[in-house]
Structure formats: structure tokens, C-alpha cells
Design a protein around this ligand. Structure first.
Ligand code: B12
Ligand code: SF4
Length: 505
């Protein structure tokens, strides 16, 4: 049944995401791809203000820039033929999403507003209150639910038959929470993300943000959904519990992955790609098949991925390296088994050392994510981190400060209890949060100045040479020489240097 005559669904991200470098709105792309696949008109409103972040005055003028983005989104919605607008929302974005929704209703009375994403999945009730601008919240994976909901709204059929939604029923004066939507079993059944709805010239421009630290024309690909681990600082466990699925972690087939990558290569001239999964190496068999496929097609693309040290051994790393894997990001987090166990990380120092040594021997760059300010952290833990990093010598290290998000285990155990209007604080600089509100945001037991410590640690472990070494890697050189967009590298490098200077001085 065709229900979309003259009408379209618009999909929108909160304004603050306009300032994340070259990070495409993947969730919206999946939703839009699926709607189009089902024959519904849909469009992503993606406001890109990349030049502003390169401005020396960015931080001073941030408020103004955010407002400009918001005004532009609202104007585009006002000018559209949309009867339905979908907005995506992480926890700290609740306020800005609400503000956007109110403005949409005022410029386009009668428009239906659907919110989805991590926060509505964890707390759908936060979107329904007296004079709320939201009409529906979609919980969990959104592709099929959104499509069903759009059709039900337009054909005025019974809404309570749509799985995975929450809405306020005025007649009954009560909140309706429909039956849970089962997760999509076969990820290959979901259409490709809607690439054509975006400015792919921008998103595939050479940058060091996708395979972090490797300057290349690259795009993000999702090979799986879900993570089997239960780290206490992450919301993944809660999402798995919500879905209640025995097989929540799912993989796409190597063929489907290869077809998507080939499409990106032929249409948008990517020279590299990055698997933005929670855990790309979820199944060694799948990784092996995918790598064999890449090699059999003699594809020269280079790529990076996320992994966990206990899921890879020398053999699989070698297969990955031979298929073009140039960098792997690992959550190392801590420097001792005791500290790792306290985070329920499920890995040991021995495994970390062995995996980093395998990567180094094979010539795969390593990116280590470290976490400070976790409950009970003492000065010895900080020393242990340094000792471990000195030994494993990652090419790049990122030091992150733990902030408590609703949905992660620490948030519940330590009864953080942020008020709804305090969620936006989570978008602020974490050092400031720890300094200004230690009673809520300081979890470490030591009294070390975390901001200063991180500054020094970043200088100590992010030396220029290990970062630049990839430019001399034959695989990088071949990928550059084969690139059909070499001029783009030069232009982008000039912009990057300008940005670096603006941030430094
Ligand atoms: C990519 C990513 C980003 C990108 C986002 C790029 C972009 N332009 O959208 C970047 C790097 C910018 C980013 C930034 C942040 N991120 Co982030 N990010 C992720 C990551 C790794 C993958 C998300 C993704 O794209 N998944 C793929 C899509 C297909 O799945 P999905 O997002 O779940 O979407 C599905 C459903 O949720 C639903 N859905 C989503 N939106 C909508 C909208 C509608 C209308 C409907 C119907 C359905 C729907 O349908 C989708 C398809 O099934 C997740 C980890 C994870 N596993 O989710 C963290 C994650 C989402 N990020 C997180 C956080 C905390 C942040 C930051 C706040 C961190 C910070 N303090 O700076 C920032 C905030 C962004 C901002 N406002 O500036 C947390 C969110 C926790 C929470 N409670 O909200 C996560 C879960 C990481 C974690 N494990 O803790 N992030
Ligand atoms: S931190 Fe990574 S490994 Fe741990 S639960 Fe979250 S996504 Fe999984």
C-alpha cells in the first residue's frame, strides 16, 4: 500500500553533533535507507559547520554556533513537506532534542515527532509529560519499527499494534508501552545506509578521525550489532538486557560487508574504512572469511577496527594484517589485573601484553584507550598504567575520564542520580565536571589533579614519530598512490594543519 504521496519523513540529529568532525549520522542513515527500501520518502537533515570548529574563536562562540545550526535545522524543517520528523537522542542531548522538537511544532503545527536512540531506549518515560512536544518514542532498533509506525500513523491504523513504541493515549489518559520489538535476526536483511542522502564528499574527505591518527579518505562501516561484555562503565550491558535476546550480538555476512565496501569504493572513492562496531572481532570465523574475501578480490583498501585483546591471537591478527588491517583500537583501560577486574573488563594484563606484542611483530598499529577516575582508583593504579604503557608501547593512547551515564553499572551502584535537567552536563568537559562537582563526578580515591595528569600523560605517550610512521608503511603508500582523489589529501592536510595551529596557539 502506498501511503507517502507528497509527504516525507525527515530525520534529524541534535545540533551539537554538527561539530563532530567527519562523523556521519549512521543511525539516521540506516533508518533512512530502510524507509526508502520500503518505498517511503525520507530525507536526512544534516547541517555541517566544519569550518567553524577550525576557527580560533570556536570555544568562545560555541553558543552562537549551536544556535546557528539549530536555526538552520528548524528552517529546513519549516520549508519541507514533512508530516513526520524523527530525532535521534543520546542521554546528554535530551534538552537540545526537546528544544528542537518544540521549535518544529511551532513552525509546523501538526507535524508528528518521533524520538529514538539510546536515551529513549533506556528511559522512554522521559519524553512524556504535560505539554510534551513528542508524539512517539521508539525503543531499541529503529528500522522496522519506524517504517511500521510511519505507515500506521498515515493510514490511521491501530497504533498499539506497532511493536517497540511508547506514546501517550489522550483518550485513556495513560502511557502506552507496546510489546517489545525483537531484534533483527539477520542483519543482511536491513538495507544499506542511505549514503546518497548525505554530503559524502565531506564525509569521505581525507582526515585522521576515522582510523584515528591515520590520514586517509575513509568511511565508517558496521559489521555487527551488540557487545557480549559487561564493562561497568559502559551502557552496552543494559542495552543487551533491554533486548533480552539470547543472541543479541549479530554479525553481517562477509559478502554483504564486501558489497557495501565495494560500493563505497566505486561511488565515493574511499581508500580506507573503519569498522565502528562495539567489537569487530566478535567471531574469528567471520573475520577470517571477510579477510579471505578481501584478499581474493585483490582489494588494496586499508582499514582499522575495534577489538578486545582476548578475542584475537597471532594467527587471526596475521590474516587481518594481510587483508589490509593497518590499525586496531583496544580498550586497555587499566594497568593491573585487580583494576581490570574491578571494571569487569574480562581481560588480563598478560593478554594485553601478548596482543600488543603480536600486533607490533606483525606491523599493525595499536590504539590504546585508557580510563581514569574510576571508583576506588588510587595512585598505584596510575603508576601501573604508565608501567604497562611503557611495556606495550601503543602507537597512540587516548586517556578518557570516566563520567557516569545512566544505564552503566557504576551509575546504579554509586547511586549517581542525575536530575533530568542535569544530563546536559555530561556534554561538558570532563575535567571541569570532576573539579567543579567532585561529589557527583569524582570517583577516584586519590587526590591527583586529573586534568594535569592527563595532559602530561598525553604528551608522554603520544609522540610524533609513532604517529607519523604510517606514512612510510608500504600499504599506506600504495593506498595513497592508487587513490583517485590525491588532490583531496593535499587540500585536507592544509586544513588540518590550520586547525592544529588554531588549537595550539
Ligand atoms: C558513532 C558513535 C558516536 C558518533 C556519532 C556520530 C553521529 N553523527 O551520529 C560520535 C563520535 C560523534 C559520538 C559522540 C558522542 N557519543 Co557516541 N557513540 C557512537 C557509537 C560507537 C555507535 C553509534 C551508532 O552509530 N550505532 C549504529 C546505529 C545504527 O545504531 P544506534 O545508534 O543504536 O541506532 C539505532 C537505534 O538506537 C535506533 N535509533 C537511533 N536514533 C533514532 C531516531 C529515531 C527517530 C528512531 C525511530 C530510531 C532511532 O535505530 C537505530 C537503527 O537501529 C555508540 C556505541 C553504541 N554501541 O551504540 C556510542 C554511544 C552512542 N555514544 C555515547 C556517548 C556518551 C557519546 C557522547 C555524549 C560522548 C561525549 N561525552 O562526548 C558524544 C555526544 C555527541 C554529541 N552530541 O556531540 C554513548 C551513549 C550513552 C547514552 N546513555 O546516551 C554510547 C552508547 C557509547 C557507550 N557505550 O557508552 N558517538
Ligand atoms: S566498553 Fe566496549 S567491550 Fe566493554 S561493554 Fe562497552 S562496548 Fe563492550
Amino acid at each position: 500500500m502506498k501511503t507517502n504521496e507528497g509527504k516525507e519523513v525527515l530525520l534529524v540529529s541534535p545540533s551539537s553533533r554538527a561539530f563532530n568532525h567527519y562523523r556521519p549520522p549512521l543511525a539516521l542513515m540506516y533508518l533512512s535507507g530502510y524507509l526508502k527500501h520500503c518505498g517511503e520518502r525520507s530525507r536526512i537533515i544534516d547541517v555541517i559547520h566544519a569550518h567553524q570548529i577550525r576557527d580560533r574563536s570556536f570555544h568562545r562562540n560555541m553558543e552562537t554556533y549551536y544556535r546557528e545550526v539549530e536555526d538552520e535545522i528548524v528552517e529546513r524543517v519549516a520549508r519541507s513537506e514533512a508530516d513526520i520528523v524523527g530525532i535521534t537522542c543520546y542521554t546528554p542531548e535530551l534538552d537540545e532534542v526537546e528544544k528542537l522538537a518544540r521549535r518544529f511544532k511551532s513552525v509546523k503545527p501538526g507535524v508528528i515527532i518521533i524520538v529514538g536512540g539510546i536515551h529513549p531506549t533506556l528511559h522512554p518515560e522521559h519524553f512524556f509529560y504535560e505539554s510534551s512536544p513528542f508524539d512517539f518514542a521508539v525503543v531499541g532498533e529503529g528500522e522496522i519499527t519506524l517504517c511500521d509506525l510511519v505507515r500506521a500513523i498515515r493510514s490511521k491504523t491501530e497504533l498499539s499494534s506497532v511493536l517497540g513504541i511508547v506514546f501517550y493515549d489522550k483518550n485513556k489518559a495513560s502511557l502506552v508501552i507496546t510489546e517489545r520489538r525483537p531484534v533483527v535476526e539477520n542483519l543482511d536483511d536491513i538495507a544499506f545506509p542511505d549514503y546518497d542522502g548525505l554530503d559524502m564528499n565531506y564525509y569521505t574527505s581525507a582526515s585522521p578521525y576515522s582510523i584515528r591518527g591515520v590520514f586517509t579518505r575513509s568511511f565508517y562501516v558496521l559489521s555487527s550489532r551488540g557487545c557480549p561484555s559487561s564493562c561497568v562503565f559502559c551502557v552496552s550491558k543494559r542495552l543487551r538486557e533491554y533486548h533480552g535476546a539470547r543472541h543479541y550480538e549479530r554479525l553481517r555476512s562477509p559478502n554483504s560487508l564486501y558489497n557495501e565496501i565495494k560500493y563505497l569504493q566505486e561511488k565515493y572513492f574511499i581508500d580506507a574504512f573503519y569498522f565502528i562496531d562495539d567489537l569487530f572481532t566478535l567471531s574469528k570465523d567471520n573475520v577470517r572469511c571477510f579477510c579471505e574475501l578481501l584478499r581474493s578480490k585483490q582489494n588494496s583498501l586499508i582499514w582499522g577496527c575495534s577489538s578486545k585483546v582476548n578475542t584475537v591471537d597471532y594467527d587471526i591478527l596475521k590474516i587481518m594484517r594481510d587483508a589490509g588491517c593497518i590499525q586496531i583500537d583496544f580498550g586497555v583501560e587499566k594497568g593491573s589485573d585487580t583494576a581490570l577486574a574491578s571494571l569487569k573488563k574480562g581481560i588480563t594484563v598478560k593478554q594485553i601484553k601478548s596482543t600488543f606484542s603480536n600486533c607490533r611483530n606483525l606491523g599493525i598499529r595499536t590504539f590504546a584507550n585508557m580510563l581514569v577516575n574510576t571508583p576506588g582508583e588510587n595512585e598505584k593504579d596510575l603508576c601501573d598504567m604508565f608501567n604497562l604503557l611503557d611495556e606495550i608501547r601503543p602507537n597512540i593512547v587516548s586517556f578518557n575520564i570516566f563520567t557516569p551515564y545512566p544505564g552503566c553499572e557504576i551509575y546504579d551502584t554509586f547511586r549517581v542520580e542525575l536530575e533530568r535537567q542535569q544530563y546536559a552536563w555530561l556534554l561538558r568537559n570532563a575535567v571541569d565536571l570532576v573539579l567543579e562537582m567532585p561529589e557527583k563526578f569524582r570517583f577516584a580515591s586519590h587526590s591527583v589533579d586529573i586534568g594535569q595528569w592527563i595532559k602530561q600523560a598525553m604528551i608522554r605517550y603520544n609522540r610524533i614519530w609513532p604517529n607519523l610512521v604510517e606514512f612510510f608503511d608500504p600499504r599506506y603508500i600504495i593506498s595513497f598512490l592508487r587513490s583517485r582523489r590525491k588532490g583531496n589529501y593535499i587540500r585536507q592536510l592544509v586544513l588540518l594543519i590550520r586547525e592544529f595551529c588554531n588549537q595550539k596557539f
